[in-house]
Design a protein around this ligand. Sequence first.
Ligand code: ZN
Length: 233
Amino acid sequence: MQEIEVRRAIIKHARAMNALGINQGTSGNLSARRGDSMLITPSGVAYDRLTSAMIASMKLNGDGAWSGPSKPSSEWRFHLDIMNARPEAGAIVHTHANYCTALSMLRQPLRATHYMIAAFGGPDVRCTNYAPFGTQDLSDLAVEGLRDRFAVILGSHGMITIGRDLDEAMWRAVELETLAKQSWLAMSIGTPVILPDDEIMRTVERFRTYGPKESEDKAGARARKPTRRGEPT
Ligand SMILES: [Zn+2]
């Protein structure tokens, strides 16, 4: 993919975050790996005003050096640190999705109350402690919370998902918010059943090997991006 296409894809997904209801205003941000650099949404620009030239670029080993014209998202630190800590991550999505953020206020991880937790690599999605936005402390918590996982909930803040590319990271973001909402609903009327770890790890393995299963129709009906890593049915 040419760089201009990656820039356009970032804008498309930024707008989709709000259209899908998993983000509000400009509180979220996205990044995509591009060789030894990272392309990232700029700080404080409304997504409908974004142009491909406004997407900031940062060297992965550049210690925060960036090229504009617009300065990168205030959360560039965790994007950069996650890209460096997780070479398999081609893209990162961060949003303040309502249900994930509600859980983050309760410091509540997502547990294995539904098999789709396996989409995030293990039997839970951790919730970190709080650290102020834009800080190295927050970045360190995010990287640690993502260990062996593709998602993390940030205490009193929001969530992060990673994927091989923007499509996969966005798919996970929608799935994470869906699971958070379903957990909320279940917890509001009772105590959800936790599935065993070994069952979840078998499902993680099935997710790895299932390949492209999800049809366009099904994906559309579920308001998801078509994915190469479809949901087992
Ligand atoms: Zn945030």
